[in-house]
Design a protein around this ligand. Structure first.
Ligand code: FDA
Length: 308
């Protein structure tokens, strides 16, 4: 219940204006977001890579309905790549991109604006030896996102995509994406979705995640196991070993600030461990989804107001 209210709130611009203006919000946001600007993101990258972790950087933003803002997000990624390359941090790094931040939701030709912007991002990433993965947003965007992925992959075949186990369609989508060279990030799914398209019970979502893991690990592509759930990590580790996959043939991913000890433990065990590092001023939607995922985060957030 609290979780669906928070997910609805994640899309309220009125609540966004109120919450982002309150000082206590900031201290809680810092737990999940590397910072408002590129310098803060680079500091986080230096710290994480210094501990043997890889990174994927997300310039925060979503649901853009303004062409100039969509192009500004594209340019922010280009600047990010320049700085990473100049500081010797690009090697092995990745960018995570939300197509709705690049214009997908613009009326009329949104999909082609997002495609052009995503191509510019993928091309710039490729020039400095980086890859791009497309985040997956709510279920209404999946067809468009997979269509755009196919077009980007024609020129930049290493481009990956996130698929959400909670969506009933995902096993079918996955069967089309387990071919050689394909990179798929498997997540449970962070959006409020209707029962007509998505499993609702946690047990159902977890079982769907395991089925998808089997397809990924037995396929010919590169699985990116994005979960903090110890059971999913254990199942993925077992399936990878059974499929004869080494640390270079798959990777684990977790979000910045979540289960940091486990991130380090996996990296120290020899696994490839990548941390999703969000940065930028437009953190509201991302932050609210993190609150929705765990009731304890909401309590922590509310306590920060009381303890001031
Ligand atoms: P689950 O929610 O069952 O959590 C398992 C355990 O992890 C919890 O018991 C808790 O210990 C810890 N945990 C999980 N979430 C936490 C939180 N917010 N705060 C503190 N602890 C937490 N979704 C999407 O729809 N599209 C996308 O593109 C992406 N991209 C993405 C990238 C990466 C690298 C990750 C790790 C996740 C995503 N997600 C996503 C989010 C994903 O769909 C999902 O909502 C979260 O990962 C939470 O699900 P878990 O698999 O961690 O399991």
């Amino acid at each position: 219940m609290a979780s669906s209210l928070l997910l609805a709130a994640a899309r309220s611009s009125r609540l966004r204006d109120v919450l982002t203006a309150l000082p206590p919000t900031r201290s809680v946001v810092d737990r999940f977001v590397a910072g408002d600007d590129l310098d803060a993101a680079l500091a986080a990258v230096r710290a994480l890579t210094g501990n043997g972790l890889r990174v994927t950087l997300d310039h925060l933003g979503e649901d853009t309905t303004d062409l100039a803002r969509a192009c500004a997000v594209r340019d922010a990624y280009l600047l990010l790549f320049d700085r990473l390359a100049a500081e010797g941090l690009a090697d092995g790094a990745e960018a995570s991109v939300k197509l709705s931040a690049l214009g997908q939701a613009l009326p009329g030709d949104g999909a082609s604006v997002a495609l052009d912007n995503a191509l510019a991002v993928a091309s710039a990433a490729d020039r400095c030896g980086m890859t791009v993965t497309l985040d997956m947003e709510d279920h209404t965007t999946v067809d468009s996102t997979l269509g755009i992925l196919g077009k980007i992959r024609a020129d930049f075949p290493a481009t990956g995509v996130a698929l959400q186990a909670m969506l009933r369609r995902t096993e079918g989508d996955l069967r089309d994406l387990v071919h050689e060279g394909s990179r798929v990030r498997l997540v449970k799914g962070a959006y409020a979705e209707p029962a007509s398209v998505a499993y609702q019970a946690k047990g159902e979502v977890d079982r769907a995640y395991v089925r998808a893991l089997r397809l990924l690990m037995d396929g010919a592509g590169y699985p990116m196991v994005a979960s903090h759930d110890p059971r999913m990590i254990a199942v993925a580790t077992g399936l990878a070993a059974r499929a004869g996959r080494s640390a270079g043939d798959h990777e684990f991913q977790m979000l910045y600030g979540i289960r940091v000890g486990e991130q380090r433990r996996l990296a120290a065990s020899g696994a490839t461990m990548r941390v999703y590092v969000p940065y930028g001023a437009d953190w509201y939607g991302y932050f609210m989804r993190r609150l929705a995922e765990r009731p304890a985060n909401l309590a922590f957030f509310l306590r920060s107001f009381v303890s001031r």
